[in-house]
Design a protein around this ligand. Sequence first.
Ligand SMILES: Cc1cc2nc3c(=O)[nH]c(=O)nc-3n(C[C@H](O)[C@H](O)[C@H](O)COP(=O)(O)O)c2cc1C
Length: 195
Amino acid sequence: MQRHLGRTCLLYPMPATIVGAMVDGRPNFLAIAHVGILNNAAPQYLTVSLKKFRHTSRGIRESGAFSICLPGKSMAVATDYVGIVSGAKVDKSRVFDVFYGELGNAPMIRECPVNMELKLHQVIDLPAHEVFVGELAGSYAEESCLKEGKVDLEKARPLLFDYSSGWYFSVGEPVAPCWRAGRDYPAQRTEHEGV
Ligand SMILES: Cc1cc2nc3c(=O)[nH]c(=O)nc-3n(C[C@H](O)[C@H](O)[C@H](O)COP(=O)(O)O)c2cc1C
């Protein structure tokens, strides 16, 4: 039985990311769960949705660059910290060990298993949020989180965010191989499928 829950957005979990940008000449970071992948081809565009007038937003506009960093499970507390404290009041530039990639002005985090630097492509102005669309300029991953040159989720253990419970989660066990598991599935519904 499906209960109608009104217009609640239930698209969770989302990755709990840390977005970085230079604000007034120094790196600033904030937690962002509302991220997206657009145009999954070349050029690759990713989005981050920031509530209007965030301190970091000005930095993204002025520098024309930002980063999306994926913290690991062990970084839940630090991720939460940059998600509850504003760079307008507290200097968050030394919370992490910062590095820069090819753009030179998108601050990334050495402690994070995965980091991406993006060049600002477009800003979509919505009633309450601004969606920053960035063109992916470089991707970086911690050596120890790679398997055959690709990010291994079981090693990276990226942090997930659940809005309903207000808790951070971590990824579970692998379930089935993508692009193979469904190959021989019957076209009619089966009784045993479901929650
Ligand atoms: C788990 C988590 C996810 C968040 N996701 C978003 C988000 O998607 N968009 C947003 O505008 N703020 C989000 N926030 C709130 C900002 O991270 C927070 O307001 C931060 O302190 C703003 O930093 P700044 O003022 O230095 O820019 C999130 C906070 C947490 C803890």
